[in-house]
Design a protein around this ligand. Structure first.
Ligand SMILES: Cc1cc2nc3c(=O)[nH]c(=O)nc-3n(C[C@H](O)[C@H](O)[C@H](O)COP(=O)(O)O)c2cc1C
Length: 141
């Protein structure tokens, strides 16, 4: 099983309706394709993990990369793993506000000046995975 983690910057501040639409498409496709994962959105930044069969992860990431709703993608992890960590989610989702993120990440400075894509914040895949795991526990189905 393959797992990737990437972060990116939304090209616009997505409305709740736009986020719901994005999630519906993602969950429909991921269910069809046997993928699981978790998506965080905060301060116009995305942090996402995707896990499943290697070729399927690859195909999906190719589609996601070409999506104009975000850019500045940075791949943080591309690894093989025995077990999925987010098996219960076709795509778990949390819209994380800056205060909540500040509680989880020491030294976090909020908002667009310092988004998740900032290399100083998500310094490595371990940090990213911990963060995704924390929010997956309370994510909305
Ligand atoms: C931040 C972000 C995360 C996304 N995650 C997924 C995903 O997990 N699975 C997926 O199929 N599409 C995802 N998409 C949407 C794809 O870019 C693309 O629009 C979609 O797969 C097209 O599906 P369709 O051909 O069924 O319309 C994501 C897009 C963005 C901007």
């Amino acid at each position: 099983m393959r797992r990737i983690i990437y972060c990116s910057q939304a090209t616009t501040d997505l409305s709740p309706d736009e986020l719901v639409a994005l999630l519906e498409t993602s969950r429909r496709n991921n269910e069809r394709d046997g993928l699981s994962g978790m998506l965080l959105y905060s301060s116009q930044s995305f942090l996402q993990t995707l896990e499943g069969a290697s070729a399927t992860v690859e195909r999906t990431y190719d589609r996601i990369r070409a999506d104009t709703r975000h850019d500045n993608l940075r791949l943080l992890l591309d690894d093989e793993s025995a077990e999925p960590l987010f098996a219960e989610w076709t795509m778990g989702f949390e819209h994380v506000d800056d205060d909540a993120l500040g509680d989880e990440l020491t030294g976090f400075t909020p908002a667009t000046v310092y988004p998740l894509v900032n290399p100083d914040l998500i310094t490595n895949a371990g940090v990213a995975l911990t963060l995704l795991g924390l929010y997956a526990k309370n994510a909305t189905a």
